[in-house]
Structures are given as C-alpha cells and as structure tokens.
Write a protein that binds this ligand. Structure first.
Ligand code: MG
Length: 163
C-alpha cells in the first residue's frame, strides 16, 4: 500500500474547579485546583484524542465516550487515549508527530513541559522528538485569561503504508 498521510486537529476547554487534582497530558501538575469533567478533566489528552480520531475519519471523543454514560464517569483520560489509539492503530494508522498548544493563565507550565512531553511520548509510544508542547497564557483575555478555564489545541499527522 502506498503511504498515506492524514492531518487531524483537536480542541478542548475545561472549567477550573477547586478540590480536584490538575491532570494535564497524563501527569499531575501542582496547583490548588483541577479541571471539571466527567473523567479526570485532562484537557490535553482530550484534544489529542480528538485530533487522532479526526485524522482517521472516526467519530469524535463525545461519541466514543459519551458524557452521560456512567461507564466513563471518573475514568482516567489516559485510558480513553489508549482505547482511541488502539482503534486508530487497528486501521493501520500510526502517529507521525504531534504538536500542542496549552493555554493556561496559571499554573505556570514552563517547568512542567518536558515531563508532560515525556508522558505523552510514553502514552503514544512516540519518540519525544516527534512531540511539540507549547504553553501560553491568554494575556488576560476571556475565561482562560481570567484563570477560569484551561484550553488546549492539538494537531497531528497520521501515516499508514510505506513509501
Ligand atoms: Mg474534554
């Protein structure tokens, strides 16, 4: 089969809430708040899952793991990522590279970027060199800028076949 390449994008935003562990990219990030959500609220992994499913032409994360389904309540997002990856791999696709932008006013993510990248590399069985992690504030604008939410955009390339 000739090589085939597909691009995918994903986006997610979750509200900041107290009394919850902040999970980003499969790691705990020290903060005095976490993110809302039916699962652990890992906005980074949700964006990655949607980018992957979208590139493969599959239904989105909401269809795969419906909010209203008690079976998914409290699940770790890393489990959802593993399931989505297995499905995508089953169609012959593998990830060529991943690029992320996380938008958070706080906590400062600069010191956690490398750990986050290593976590994603492990979860996706991908060389860290193929993963880009950018962290930005939102310069005070909108809910993210006011520290009421954290958002993430992900883009990735899927490949299958050989050249
Ligand atoms: Mg989400």
């Amino acid at each position: 089969m000739a090589a085939e390449w597909r691009i995918g994008i994903g986006y997610d935003i979750h509200a900041v809430i107290p009394n919850r562990v902040l999970m980003l990219g499969g790691i705990e990030v020290p903060a005095d708040f976490g993110l809302s959500g039916h699962t652990d609220g890992d906005v980074v992994l949700h964006a990655v899952i949607d980018a992957m499913l979208g590139a493969a032409g599959l239904p989105d994360i909401g269809e795969h793991f419906p909010d209203g389904d008690p079976a998914h309540k409290g699940r770790r997002s890393s489990e959802l990522l593993e399931e989505a990856l297995r499905e995508v791999n089953g169609l012959g696709w593998w990830i060529n590279n991943l690029d992320l932008t996380i938008r958070a006013e706080k906590p400062k993510l600069a010191e956690h970027k490398n750990r986050l990248r290593q976590s994603l590399a492990g979860l996706l069985s991908l060389d860290p060199e193929r993963i880009g992690v950018k962290a930005k504030t939102n310069e005070g604008f909108d809910a993210v800028g006011e520290g009421r939410a954290i958002a993430c955009e992900a883009a990735l390339i899927l490949k299958r076949g050989v050249e």
